[in-house]
Design a protein around this ligand. Structure first.
Ligand code: NAD
Ligand code: ZN
Length: 376
């Protein structure tokens, strides 16, 4: 089959690779209809991780079930399904607690697996014609048949649940204000979730005009950090107090790539832009130390966070990969009911063969490349 293969820093190619096949009775095989490029793929693409060349990318996948393992009981051939980016077993201590992003079975000795991602287990990505889905009864979310809402449902694999998770980590309640750093696809989905939850004011911080425009279109207040201190802009519009809650949907990319220790730019601004006792949801990625990089390397997750200010403000913080499965059924039902259209974030739809060009443009945050979906 054809697949998007990582070739080295800033390079992917669409190449012939081995067809996936059923490896366990609990697997299904899916013919991919839509798969998206994620900001998380860019960490590998830009060469900031220890991802090895030759791996197939793609953790935001949906498609039609082609083949079903003998131990699968709930999923049938022909079902249209969305796959949470997390690969999880459904029966370990963390999965039973609803924390499928920290599954203890799929990627030992670490907690949490994903398709096509460095350090997240042996699961090939879905930017390809076919994908093997482990523990399919647990992982697959069945969608209404047909091809309606394809790009809306495509957002259920990762960024819609992840954006929603950010508002859960931040404990956002109706009527509260929230500031979201980052108007990438994840930040926009966090802002959209906040709007759906009935936030009174939603601030979105970025500098890319087309992304800030998308934020404005859903009823958020755009904050251009290239036009002035984003903290001041938020504090000025919240009676001098700061927003009630905050989200980091940027992560460590706001810092320099390497070298001596760097300030955790967005985390520190978030603490300042959120009021005393406010709560912070961190979904932007801070990669852990990897064996290949020197200890003091900023790209290694060792950043200078102002703990004193965080303590003084009495804030709380929630972090980590999102448990997509915790929210995807409810978010699907909002789409079915016509109450959510997360595809507003999709700006480009291209065939699989055009992935190399789409990667380069999405990586450059080019206008019109806020979220790219591939159609194998
Ligand atoms: P993205 O890179 O397209 O979006 C990041 C945005 O942040 C960009 O628009 C950029 O202009 C903006 N930005 C850069 N520096 C900034 C600053 N100092 N202040 C404000 N904005 C700034 O990627 P994305 O797809 O939206 O993903 C965002 C982050 O979320 C990435 O780190 C990604 O790895 C992570 N992510 C986490 C999960 C999870 O489960 N926790 C899931 C998906 C993605
Ligand atoms: Zn993703």
């Amino acid at each position: 089959m054809r697949a998007v293969v990582y070739k080295g820093t800033n390079e992917v190619a669409v190449e012939q690779v081995d067809d996936p096949r059923l490896e366990a009775p609990t697997d299904v095989l899916v013919r991919i209809t839509t798969t998206a490029i994620c900001g998380s793929d860019l960490h590998m693409y830009e060469g900031r991780t220890v991802a090895e060349t030759g791996i197939v990318f793609g953790h935001e996948n949906m498609g039609i079930v082609e083949e079903v393992g003998s131990g699968v009981t709930r999923i049938r051939k022909g079902d249209r399904i969305s796959l949470p980016f997390n690969v999880a077993c459904g029966f370990c201590k963390n999965c039973l607690a609803g924390k499928s992003a920290f599954c203890l079975t799929v990627n030992p000795p670490y907690a949490g697996g994903a398709y096509g991602y460095v350090g997240m287990g042996p699961y090939t990505g879905g930017q390809a014609e076919y994908l093997r889905v482990p523990f399919a009864d647990y992982n697959a979310l069945v969608l209404p048949p047909g091809d309606e809402h394809e790009n809306d449902y495509a957002m259920l694999a990762d960024i819609f649940p992840t954006g929603y998770h950010a508002t859960v980590l931040a404990d956002l309640n109706p009527g509260e204000s929230i500031v979201v750093f980052g108007a990438g696809p994840v930040g926009l989905m966090a802002a959209y979730s906040a709007v759906l939850k009935g936030a009174s004011k939603v601030f979105v911080v970025d500098k890319v005009a087309s992304r800030l425009k998308l934020a404005e279109d859903i009823g958020a207040i755009p904050i251009d950090f290239s036009a002035g201190d984003p903290v001041e802009q938020v504090v000025d519009q919240t009676d001098g107090l700061g927003a009630d809650k905050g989200v980091d949907a940027v992560g460590y990319q706001a810092t320099a790539d390497s070298g001596e220790e760097q300030p955790a730019v967005v985390l520190n601004q978030l603490v300042d832009a959120v009021r005393h006792t406010g709560r912070l949801g961190i979904v932007g990625l801070y990669l852990p130390q990897d064996p290949g990089a020197p200890d003091e390397n900023a790209a290694n997750g060792r950043l200078l966070f102002n703990v004193g200010r965080f303590f003084e403000k009495g804030q709380k913080m929630g972090t980590g990969q999102a448990d997509a499965k915790a929210y995807n059924a409810q978010l699907r039902d909002l789409i079915v009911a016509g109450r959510a259209t997360p595809s507003f974030v999709v700006s480009k739809e291209v065939p699989l063969d055009e992935a190399p060009d789409a990667y380069a443009r999405f990586d450059a945050r080019e206008d019109g490349y806020s979220k790219v979906v591939l159609k194998p």
